[in-house]
Design a protein around this ligand. Structure first.
Ligand code: DUC
Ligand code: ZN
Ligand code: ZN
Length: 478
């Protein structure tokens, strides 16, 4: 009988702390041994000196999320998680979104039905709290946090989703009391609606005016306000999809003053700019409409610096899949609809890791260890999945990626999502994924997705590490 179910030989393994040459012994879906010249496995894969990193955790992606405006997300839990797996991601955390007037528990139960029997890889849920009634704040939210949905998103914009400051304070107070992580979409709703009215009245309706309607000031003000509200409540928060300098300055200020403010950025803020929203009569710019909008080259550089210098803890895709062609995606309100009516979001769950590995690590902008922190270890810690997920360690799930260096041109035809474009079409990368393992099972062999729908397991999240640290300090009366 073999000592292991599977041995990965000659890996150049990378963790958030280290890089070392090792064999990786896997049994029962977990890593059970690390070392040179391990005994034989029933199966063997030779990594031959290639980098092996922990499977990615995409802590911000949207699959099969009801939208309310007639648009339909192109990816459900089958195509979304298949695309994730082919891009080296082994855990996804999409959002169970409460509609105003709906109970939060009903939203979560609905989302479980959408995922069950479909996901190819493991998944957890964040919640989106849009209607913080006494019932939600006092009963549903605490119970759901205890059941393993230990993070939720709050929107400061969009009429159908946003909370006012008082509601934010009340919801953040639950996060503090129950030990949950609050994620905040920080843009000032009234500034956006005022600017949008003015732009449309002036006939400025093309996709590129989406960026004019949401300048950095709008994001800066809301980021500052979110930080202030969190400071008042004394709770950690994570600002999602940060786009550039002005929000970063607020976050850095808060971090420098000892506030527990975490931040996430996404590939679109490294590789896209407002120019990708096109010119006046060009509806193709709709493909790159997301919020906050991509900024300019100088801001891309600052985002790279923030990944390197610790402003950002998490790098997620914010995969929000809407097709360009067809009636229920970007054109849900018709051909050439005004920018404010175009389905908001861009795809990226499959390209997230390769873009960062290629243009971050292999181009010398960030260390391999920083890549692992941002894409796996930190999300696992911040969202309560560590140490089962997010590292290469004995006892952790055998969620692993083997990299193949060499020219790779991004092409939507070779991706596995159900969206009809990628904003990164034609980009030349220095590497791509040779293999993805999920709990010791090959789910992507570099050519073909291999996992069956329904093999992914729902992950109940522990309390986030920042909340656990705080509890410990309170117990010790520090
Ligand atoms: N925020 C997201 O997080 N995703 C898509 C659109 C948005 O505004
Ligand atoms: Zn958002
Ligand atoms: Zn999102």
């Amino acid at each position: 009988m073999s000592a292991f179910d599977l041995v990965i030989r000659n890996a150049r393994a990378v963790t958030a702390a280290d890089q070392f040459d090792t064999d990786i012994g896997i049994s029962g879906g977990r890593i059970v041994a690390l070392g040179r010249q391990l005994a034989a496995g029933s199966q063997e894969i030779d990594a031959a000196g290639r980098y092996v990193t922990p499977g990615g955790i995409d802590a911000h992606c949207h699959f099969d999320q009801p939208t309310g405006d007639g648009s339909v997300m192109a990816d459900d839990f089958v195509s979304g998680t298949r695309s994730a797996a082919c891009g080296g991601t082994t855990t996804v955390i999409p959002f169970a979104c409460q509609q105003k007037g709906q109970s939060l528990r009903a939203a979560v139960e609905d989302y479980h039905r959408r995922a069950a029997g479909k996901a190819l890889i493991d998944y957890a849920f964040h919640m989106i709290v849009t209607d913080p009634t006494p019932q939600v704040l006092e009963e549903e939210l605490p119970a759901l946090i205890a059941e393993g949905l230990s993070s939720f998103k709050i929107y400061m914009t969009y009429d159908a989703l946003k909370l006012d400051d008082r509601q934010m304070l009340e919801t953040l107070a639950v996060a503090r009391r129950e030990g949950a992580m609050a994620m905040i979409h920080a843009e000032n709703a009234d500034c956006i609606s005022w600017l949008t009215s003015k732009l449309i009245a002036a006939g400025h309706t093309a996709p590129r005016f989406h960026a004019s309607s949401r300048p950095m000031l709008v994001e800066r003000e809301a980021t500052h306000r979110a930080i202030s509200l969190a400071e008042l409540v004394d709770v950690p928060v994570l600002i999602v999809h940060v786009s550039g300098r002005e929000a970063m300055e607020q976050i850095r200020w808060a971090q420098g003053n000892g506030l527990r403010v975490y931040a996430e950025t996404c590939p679109q803020y490294l590789f896209l700019s407002a120019e990708d929203l096109g010119c006046d009569d060009d509806f193709h710019g709709a493909k790159c409409i997301c919020s906050p909008p991509p900024r300019d080259k100088a801001n891309q550089t600052l985002i790279w610096e923030g990944l390197e210098n610790g402003v950002f803890q998490v790098f997620s895709s914010d995969h929000a899949p809407f097709r360009f062609d067809g009636p229920d995606g970007k054109r849900v309100h018709g051909e050439n609809a005004s920018f404010d009516k175009i389905a908001n979001g861009i795809p990226g769950v499959e390209t997230r890791l390769a873009l960062l590995w290629s243009e971050g690590v292999l181009a010398g902008r960030i260390e391999p260890q920083t890549f692992v922190e941002l894409t796996a270890t930190n999300p696992a810690k911040i969202y309560g999945l560590y140490p089962r997920k997010g590292s290469i360690a004995i006892g952790a799930d055998a969620d692993l990626v083997i990299w193949q260096e060499g020219d790779h041109v991004v092409s939507n035809a070779a991706l596995h999502h159900n969206v009809d474009y990628t904003p990164y079409e034609g980009m030349r990368l220095r590497a791509w994924l040779a293999l993805t393992l999920s709990r010791g099972e090959v789910v992507w062999d570099g050519q073909t997705p291999l996992a069956g729908a329904g093999r992914g397991e729902f992950l109940a999240c522990e309390r986030p590490r920042p909340a656990l640290r705080r509890r410990r300090q309170e117990e010790l009366a520090l």
